[in-house]
Ligand binder design. Structure first.
Ligand code: ATP
Ligand code: MG
Length: 609
């Protein structure tokens, strides 16, 4: 397992609208070189996608580059998509360009508006807008079906495509393989007029699904199997969510995708490595359609980068759907899911995901990123902005036996602590937290030992510790029930040691422990999440990923939290001191009355002292 290292920062990026200097990478170098050479300087843009004539009537394109993010709306986006989003939108932003959000909805069966909406939300939440204006509608590949049909007829007329009536099986055999050239279809020599008539019959519903396809006529002996007359249109009687029953033929992805890019005047079409072998066809198609005057030059160019592989995580929409459908998790937004909605509910911030995308960089070879890299980015973001609070996750009661004599019976002493001890420069510190201490407080069961192990610095008979933000106390012992289980820890308050008062630090202690006053603590449901899989590569090497599920990926406890935490807003992030970063659950948390928190990520060093 190797950690992916970002490309060396050789040349400073010529970022104009960005706040920091980004490390360079091969895509930045390509874009910078294109900008320098003026590769795309002559392009025009008519304000909306369209063919050569449409754009010719437009203005010189104000966008220096155009990139796109083209999801198929057939599932929720995941962390891999987040990488692609940050990459494409980030490059457009940094180089004075525009990134297009385009739904690649050329496949009639699988799309759903639920997914469309979730994708729009995810991109917005990550902090990006698209198509040149905030709140612009997303583009839809299916809006280009008319043009795609026209492009297909053009290829037929120019002798570059033919209708093949071989069975799928014959076609497969005749395609050959790596060591063996393909065999020409008997239908390959039909005249353009015959092909055109046949293709129109396909369009008009005269033929059965699967009975024939339109194929590009390229080279059946090409060493690249993708160039051996790929299918570009198929018959499929299916209702499309956008075009209804207008079409019974649909373009194949390899044909549709380059056209979508070209109609949108995309300059740099960035995709994952598995499309590398498709690039020659992409270029071939662009050349044919520019020759024919349908598209304007210069054409978009495809570049491939390594997809994100993250340890302990699955990034296949199909497999994620299986986890949801088989109730292995509680829906697409389960905080254990690597979906953007899941990560968000887990407590991930847009900033942490953008930082992650930047840190892992882009490379041209596949590798695995360690899950801890993602967690580190979240910690780094929350460290400076998550408000602090105290929560006791495994409570036992501590009784201050001299409290009534010292402070007065039932006295509650107000305490304050900063919500953010080290606000970033220029950030106004938030108002402090307020809570009270009284005779009884909740502490962590682990913070008391009747017989302390070597080096233990917290509560044991005779030892002094500070209740963080409260007083120094000295442990005197404990009470137990009939089974020997500790029911109460006993201690006395050391007078004049209240945090923040003069002389309070004259009594030296080796540890400060977190606590919550019994009088103002609020019960909270806390969901302690761990990795969803216990195997670092749950779907590698033919493994059944369902067999690798971590049985302990969720543990629910009832914690006691201080008032500021109980009053959290849904979605608000906190650092529970000494425990980690938590987020008030977006769905189930009720402010004030029914607090519910999710563990986002532990502190690096949660039980240091
Ligand atoms: P999945 O295999 O999960 O269904 P996909 O590639 O089919 O993913 P699309 O909706 O087609 O999903 O993807 C939209 C964009 O996101 C594509 O440009 C694709 O290259 C990119 N993408 C998908 N998965 C990853 C990943 N793991 N790392 C980087 N980019 C990805
Ligand atoms: Mg796909």
């Amino acid at each position: 397992m190797s950690q992916n290292t970002p490309a060396k920062s050789s040349a400073p990026a010529t970022a104009n609208a960005s706040d920091t200097v980004k490390p360079s990478n091969f895509l930045r170098q390509i874009i910078e070189s294109d900008l320098e050479k003026g590769t795309y300087a002559t392009r025009r843009w008519a304000g909306s996608p369209g063919d050569a004539a449409h754009h010719a009537a437009g203005q010189p394109d104000p966008a220096k580059i155009r990139t796109r993010f083209p999801p198929e709306p057939n599932g929720y986006l995941h962390i891999g998509h987040a990488k692609s989003i940050c990459l494409n939108f980030g490059l457009a932003r940094d180089y004075g360009g525009v990134c297009h959000l385009r739904f690649d909805d050329t496949n009639p069966e699988k799309e759903d508006t639920e997914y469309v909406n979730s994708i729009i939300d995810a991109v917005k939440w990550l902090g990006f807008d698209w198509n040149g204006a905030p709140d612009a509608p997303a583009y839809q590949a299916s809006d280009y079906f008319d043009f795609m049909y026209r492009a297909a007829e053009h290829l037929i007329e120019a002798g570059h495509a033919y209708v093949d009536e071989q069975t799928p099986e014959q076609m497969r055999i005749n395609r050959g393989d790596f060591g063996k050239a393909g065999v020409d279809s008997p239908f390959r020599t039909r005249t353009p007029a015959e092909n055109l008539a046949r293709f129109r019959e396909m369009r008009d519903g005269k033929h059965e699904d699967g009975s024939m396809v339109l194929r590009a006529k390229i080279d059946m002996a090409s060493p690249n199997i993708n160039m051996r007359d790929p299918a570009i249109y198929r018959i499929r009687r299916a209702t499309h969510h956008n075009t209804g029953d207008k079409w019974c033929i649909y373009p194949m992805y390899t044909f549709a995708h380059p056209i979508e890019d070209a109609l949108e005047q995309i300059t740099h079409s960035i995709c994952t490595l598995e499309f590398e072998d498709q690039r020659p066809f992409y270029d071939w198609l662009m050349e044919r359609l520019i020759e024919g005057g349908l598209l304007s030059a210069p054409p978009p160019k495809q570049y491939e980068f390594a997809r994100l592989n993250l340890t302990y995580v699955i990034t296949s929409k199909r497999k994620l759907a299986q986890l949801v459908n088989e109730n292995k998790v509680n829906g697409w937004d389960d905080p254990r899911m690597p979906t953007i909605v899941g990560l968000r509910r887990r407590g991930y911030t847009p900033e942490s995901l953008r930082l992650f995308a930047e840190r892992i960089g882009v490379t041209k070879s596949d590798s695995w990123i360690d899950y801890s890299t993602l967690e580190g980015c979240l910690r780094e973001d929350l460290e400076v902005k998550a408000h602090r609070g105290m929560a006791v996750l495994n409570p036992v009661k501590l009784v201050l036996t001299n409290w009534d004599d010292l402070m007065g019976a039932d006295h509650l002493e107000p305490c304050t602590q900063p919500a953010l001890p080290h606000p970033p420069e220029g950030v106004e510190p938030p108002p402090p937290r307020h809570f009270t201490i009284g005779k009884e407080v909740w502490i962590e069961r682990e913070d008391f030992e009747e017989v302390p192990p070597k080096g233990y610095k917290r509560l044991f008979p005779g030892n002094k510790v500070r209740l963080k933000g409260g007083y120094v106390i000295e442990c005197t012992g404990c009470t137990k029930d009939a089974d020997g289980k500790i029911t109460e820890v006993l201690a006395t308050v050391v007078p004049d040691t209240k945090s923040g008062t003069p002389g309070s630090d004259l009594v030296k202690v080796k540890a400060a422990i977190t606590w919550v006053g019994v009088a103002n603590g609020v019960n909270a449901e806390v969901r302690l999440y761990d990795r969803l899989f216990s195997d670092a590569q749950p779907d590698a090497g033919g493994k059944d990923f369902l067999e690798c599920l971590n049985p302990n990926s969720l543990k629910v406890v009832t914690a006691i939290v201080e008032p500021s935490l109980a009053n959290a807003l849904p979605g608000q992030n906190f650092q529970f001191e000494r425990h980690g970063y938590f987020v008030a659950d977006r769905v189930d948390h009720v402010q004030g009355t029914k607090p519910v928190f999710n563990l986002a990520v532990g502190l690096k060093d949660s039980w240091g002292k």
